[in-house]
Write a protein that binds this ligand. Structure first.
Ligand code: HEM
Length: 352
């Protein structure tokens, strides 16, 4: 049995450099908790400058202090359960449009789903979050136009690439592990039959237990966000370490998710059953063992949005198709902001 939630995972924190910048790679759970739960502005988000700022804006992902508090409140409101329910029809429509394209795809010819999921997630985000943020902002005039543009860029980036990554890796794992694909299909058909989900089915989403396990295992093996980074804003003591200002702190999600001391010797194997009794049980209440969406006040605000979107998309695909990996697929995970397969994901669709 794995030693879970104990000690420092048998690892040492260590110092490295990125160009001239000192980086501390933090591996001790207690220190990771302290960094991510910090609320007094000691460990701050990376400053985005130049091209990055043009691309991402200075939105919720990067802001600090009072501006962050204000934006976070607004975003929590946008993504809370009731308004999420209102976004489900748009998600379903976007998936239907993707599946309509798939209908015209030649049977027996591979399909490049990485590209399909990029289109899907960008369609979903334009149909949902933008509309809502704009509407909320118009109504209350709570944020400026410039801030609103930054928020739109942020949601677009934060919501689109990450969910594409999740859908793609999950699809790869299901294409290989067809026993789990069959289990997931059976669950979907039992709950929904052949009909499309409806907004009232938001409850059905929480009842997709097998799918939830599969998605969690996919997020563990292939976390879209590979590491979480903070900068030390002023001299501070962290555990036994004295840190000077401007050191970068790196928390490697992928290293934690692949640590046999936490997850056991079968750490590299796809075993959704680890999550059969939930995340807390799978990690033995070690909150830093599973960090796909981060931890603490800066936890992903789009978590439920992403999970809802992914479950709707996968459920609607599984209602119609069985799929297998194309022989042309080459496994080469790459980091382009988020993790993705370098050459895309080619699968073979078989209509049910
Ligand atoms: C599978 C999909 C997703 C993954 C794996 C993911 C992952 C993450 C992670 C790890 C963080 C924390 C970063 C840190 O602490 O430095 C984060 C923050 C954030 N995510 Fe996501 N995310 C996903 C989907 C989304 C979606 C769909 C949206 C919005 C539409 C979104 C919006 C945000 C925002 C705004 C933040 C910053 C929150 C703050 O700092 O207060 N994410 N995400």
């Amino acid at each position: 049995m794995a030693r879970m939630g104990t000690g420092n995972m048998g690892r040492k924190n260590f110092l490295s450099w990125h160009g001239q910048k000192p980086q501390l790679i933090v591996t001790e759970p207690d220190l990771i908790k302290e960094i991510l739960n910090n609320r007094d502005g000691v460990y701050v988000k990376m400053k985005v400058v130049g091209y990055g700022k043009k691309l991402l804006g200075d939105g919720l992902v990067t802001t600090e202090g009072r501006k962050w508090v204000k934006q976070r409140k607004l975003a929590n409101h946008v993504f809370h359960a009731e308004s999420l329910k209102g976004m489900v029809p748009a998600m379903i429509t976007a998936v239907e449009m993707m599946l309509e394209r798939w209908k015209h795809h030649d049977q027996g010819k591979e399909i490049q789903v990485f590209q399909e999921f990029r289109l899907l997630t960008s369609d979903v985000i334009s149909r949902t979050a933008f509309g809502t943020t704009n509407h909320e902002a118009d109504e209350s005039k709570r944020i400026s136009i410039e801030d609103m543009i930054d928020e739109c860029k942020t949601f677009y980036f934060a919501g689109h690439e990450t969910t594409t990554s999740l859908l793609t890796w999950t699809c790869l794992l299901l294409a290989i592990h067809t026993d789990w694909q069959d289990k997931a299909t059976r669950e979907v058909i039992e709950l929904l039959g052949q009909k499309n989900p409806t907004p009232d089915d938001i409850n059905f989403i929480s009842r997709l237990k097998t799918m939830n396990m599969i998605i969690n295992e996919s997020l563990r093996l292939y976390p879209p966000v590979l590491s979480i980074v903070r900068t030390v804003s002023r001299e501070v003591r962290l555990g036994k370490l004295n840190l000077q200002a401007n050191i970068e702190l790196i928390i490697s999600t992928i290293a934690i998710h692949h640590d046999p001391e936490i997850w056991g010797e079968d750490v590299h194997i796809f075993k959704p059953e680890r999550f059969s009794e939930g995340v807390a049980k799978a990690t033995n209440n070690n909150t830093v063992a599973f960090l796909p969406f981060g931890l603490g006040p800066r936890t992903c605000v789009g978590l439920n949005f992403a999970m809802t979107e992914a479950k709707i998309a996968l459920a609607m695909i599984l209602q119609r198709y069985h799929f297998t990996l194309s022989p042309t697929y080459v496994h080469s995970p790459t980091k382009r902001l988020t993790s993705c397969p370098q050459h895309g994901l080619q699968i073979m669709l078989h209509a049910l």
